[in-house]
Design a protein around this ligand. Sequence first.
Ligand code: HT7
Ligand code: ZN
Length: 894
Amino acid sequence: NITIFRKDYTPPSFWVDTVEMGFDLDPKATHVTTRTTLRRNTDSKEKELVLFGEGLKLVQIRMNGQKLARTAYQIDKHSLRIFNPPDNITLDIETQINPIKNTSLNGLYVSNGNFFTQCEAEGFRKITYFQDRPDVMAKYTVMLRADKKKYPVLLSNGNLIEEGKLSGGRHYAKWEDPFKKPSYLFALVAGKLVCQEEKIKLKSGRKALLQVWVEKGNLDKTQHAMDSLQNSIFWDEQRFGLELDLDRFMIVAVSDFNMGAMENKGLNIFNTKYVLANAKVATDADYAGIESVVGHEYFHNWTGNRVTCRDWFQLSLKEGLTVFRDQEFSADMIGTNSGRAVNRIADVRMLRQAQFPEDAGPMSHPVRPESYVEINNFYSVTVYEKGAEVVRMYYTLLGHEGFRKGMDLYFKRHDEQAVTCDDFRAAMADANGRDLTQFERWYSQAGTPRLKVSTTYDAAKKTYEISFTQSCPATAGQSKKLPFHIPVAVGLLNAAGQDMSLKCQEQANPTDSTTLVLEVTKAKQVFHFTNVKERPTPSILRNFSAPVEVEINYSDEDLAHLLAHDSDAFNRWEAGQRLAMRRLLKLTAAVQAGKPLELDTMFIDALSKTLNDTTLDAAFREQVLTLPSATNIAEQLKVIDPHAIQTARHFMRSEITRHLKDDLLTAYESNLTNGKYSPDAESTGKRALKNLALSYLQEWPQDSTFDLAHIQYKNAKNMTDRIGALSSMINAAILSQKDSASKSARKAAQLALDGALKDFYNAFKNEALVIDKWFTLQGSAASTDVKKMRQLLKHPAFTLTNPNRARSLIFAFCNANPAQFHAADGSGYALWADLVIQLNAINPQVAARLARSLDRWKKYTPALQEHMKTALEKVASAKNISKDVLEIINKALA
Ligand code: HT7
Ligand code: ZN
């Protein structure tokens, strides 16, 4: 397996101007003809023309009309090399492929009898021989031919320019994409599909046709995706002045898909999970997910498609930027400040849950990686989510207008080009007359920086000092780090909880706002505030202005003050999380030391105040009441003991419930949403708080609280409430009550749960996405051990070939059921190894994702480490392991 390095980038030996493709679609033997016109790139030193190809049968190859002599080219497993080509070439290549056998879901494949493609990052080479690299941009024309009955719909990128009948019951459609694009944005879809369509008027007055294509039974689930698409189009016009550049924009849903969705030019292909929704089958989270993914793919039309990446090391150029754009879109769709904060909290939760551990583990890499074995492994939370944080920092540093100026210059300079992260940074710097040289380190250095904060108040002089010390832990292959350019948004609260006005000697306050963005650029830096009338409580890193870990010695009182009053809702939440975390760490240590567990009333009081403060949005209160996850706690520890963490977290939840039963019940009852389902922010927040209260109440092992969940299940009018109830039931403490007095209550609860699980399955057995939820609930349930998992894996509805289904059960168990996955006997890891090996043979990309579950094995207790190592070695030594999986396993074992 070869490692590819960023430093080795060289430009392509030929440019491609046009690509004309012809497809004779057949599931077992599809014929593909590709005519390309190429011209030599005089900037390249490479003489030969190297085309990538994988798993292709070459039928014929002609150059400038002549059959190419067998001595003029060479073929190996991955490429076709043409020796001494002339400077201008018309190349005709015919290949044959077998889409039905393609279980990798990369290239051209069949799902449910229909044809789909997935070409990012390197799938186009599974269709034809081509310089399959993003800096080769060309104009495409595509002719699709297929049996008309079996494949009535024939779609590709751009505009439909011709269609008609062919002999033998076949038909054709010809598509032309007016814009230059890299091969990874090529797409075709063919099959039995129906669509919801709407015409809209764009800002310039032009009209565009929007279509959402699905299988026949799903037309009642497309409205939300269509609404989200229209909102995205209007938002990009309004916020960035970017208009849809095509006359037609299509979204197609497919149930077999490796990721969330793909931004192919004019023909976005989506996982059904991010298209299909109605109240019956989709939760509030599903609705939000659809809005954000539809937005994300649409926004790629400019950030990714019109301006693309020079090479795959630059992936965050399009992904980080587009995630930032979709986050801003979702926030603007909510509109309120509090809604924005709730979104921000969710994004940061996700960063901490997944990216911080990645940045500290064996797969750690900079936002712009230096090397890879398999590029699919670098569609990572670092490239996406940390990449979005990096873009957000430009926004924080340059302000709303400044960022927009940078974006405008970026498009002015680079439209229809393949460029680098440095080009983006240069546009931001030049448009604002700023020096952003040091900012480059966010792209080149991996690891989560630590920011130590200390403060001094001089009552006599009325001065206040904030000192920062930054450092960054060593990461794989990077031992020494240089200081980052960190924007730290700061506010100071007075004793009454109000923001104080700020005067800082080192940093001018642009407006007379009460939040100041301090630019920390040195390893150690002090900021002096003057005219500070009383000792303040500092609110540091407001709105999470940089992806760093802040270390600061807050007292519990400081945190309670911030939780109660900070005008920055993010930091209000953060204060609550800090209060919880310090207790969770103490409790975990107490569990390990066999000491009694205790929780102080100060913390419970602080939570109770938030829970009962009805002036706060329900959504915000729900976020405050949600404890740091087991993974968050694990990241704070030197050695991870999953069972101690679980016990500590469970103890805290039951103590909160013991003290706040009545308040939780009130929260439950006062947030019932009746009437027609609507996924708006207010109703969503109410349902979230109500369902959280319900889940807390299950810590109180009584039949009355269990009945509350059971009744909610039976009466549920929407999927959020139904799944919320079922989740509460399956995790209810009453089910694990050991004493004989509660035996009958336990039995009754178990019976009710079994009945509900059966009822749920029967009611939704024809809704694949809902059955995924059913599997996820069970895979992550506290009671699902390895034995139960093995039974579930044998369920007739379970399959490894569908990524959604495989993920629903297996990823739930391996990533969201720590107590059972980390069983002391190592049986969870043995199951993991079996499944990685099985999945590897079907779909290496999905297998490699699962392989990541043991990334952090070196941090666990010695006994668990031993079992994990055995499992990792089992995978490493298995036969035919793909480079996708091997890269992960080898890095973990290194
Ligand atoms: N740009 C896409 C990334 C992607 C992908 C999508 C689906 C299947 C396989 C894929 N490999 C890479 C998705 C996005 O970020 O929008
Ligand atoms: Zn993307």
